[in-house]
Design a protein around this ligand. Sequence first.
Ligand code: PEP
Ligand code: CO
Length: 464
Amino acid sequence: MSTETRSAELPSLAALHALNPLQQPTYADADELAKVVAQLQIMPPLVFAGECDALRHKMASVAAGEAFVLQGGDCAETFAGVTADNIQRKLRVLLSMAVLLTYAAQVPVVKLGRIAGQYAKPRSSDSETRDGVTLPAYRGDAVNGFAFTPEQRRHDPQRLLGVYNASAATLNLTRAFVTGGFAHLAKAHTWNADFVKQSPAGDRYQAMVDEIERALAFMEACGIEDENFRTVDFFSSHEALLLEYEHALTRIDSRTARPYGVSGHFLWIGERTRQLDGPHVELLRHVRNPLGVKLGPTTTPETALALADRLDPDHEPGRITFITRMGAGQIRDILPGVIEQVTASGRQVAWICDPMHGNTFSTANGYKTRAFDDVMDEVNGFFDVHEALGTWPGGVHVELTGDDVTECVGGADEIVEADLVNRYETACDPRLNRNQSLELAFLVAERLASGRIKRGAQLAEVTT
Ligand code: PEP
Ligand code: CO
């Protein structure tokens, strides 16, 4: 098959650099960079080809309307954030959310962390000026340091080895957590029950928590003991932004002789680097991982189709996920045309809603923030559009943390702009805190449950 030869011809790094790369670091010392790349090239894979294949199959179920995706984590992970407590809190909030979504959707929830590799950031400006001093912008711990000093802001190739090590440590602990009892269904349910008790919005969600409680008690009474209650499948994902890093961490799978990106299970191409003839599309079209592509408000149906054709010429189930981030004010106008034309082309892709990146604004007191209501408005717009078209709203993609930070305004705790100063800890974009994340999960769960009931009613009408 022609795919075999095409995929075996992985483009060289030099060929990628000839394609006008955007959003890349500028390293002063080419020899130092080459040494780092050579080291990365011999590192063991962080993820295995078989796992990427398994995830691609799960994403095919999402595209077919038989599973839902929860993708979430930091905007930018940091090296300092690689601690057991921090990783545990992030997993806890993701797994709590996943239980609610599974119960409401009554389909499997594919759990994807923005974790173990999310260290490089595209930026709207190359530099940052403070009090008359201009330095390179922070581009994520993969590239430079957050502190506003010339030493820290220098683009340092050694940091790529730091990304590998931090990702390995994070994945190692994550794998232990999700298989070692931490992810037990009953435990995740208890976390939600605790949230409902403490949150001002708790009453509204009590009924759902009670229902899950009854379902768990029923299964226990029946003596159902299943491995699936004790462990979960959890996958890593990040934006594949840095060409040196992603290229060096590509391996040919010995079973299939096909290339895989082994820096993470699911790799996505960002809104700023998804040019059809650009190096990111060129590199990722050759690897076998399931791929995401961000689609912002300027996306035309033709662009989406051209990206799908380029990245997935064989129409492989589960290969392509479109992560739409159009903004609450635009999603209802722009998304329908894109979905309609992609669907009319005969493609079955997974659609995921990122309600974060189209809804960022700056406050008068100088913080970059997002309003919980705007986030929910975009999520609701996403569900509305899919319901109207009869397509499957396949998942949500959120920036969140397990901590009680104050970075996004609104939510049941009614965080206001003046509160942002209290715990504004993100290295990049504002994240939903633990309570805002759980509240979002309850609201999405309500949409999923009502969608299920509506679809059931339509089916009954057709069959009677
Ligand atoms: C991100 O997901 O952190 C990001 C930069 O998103 P986008 O490419 O959609 O702007
Ligand atoms: Co972000």
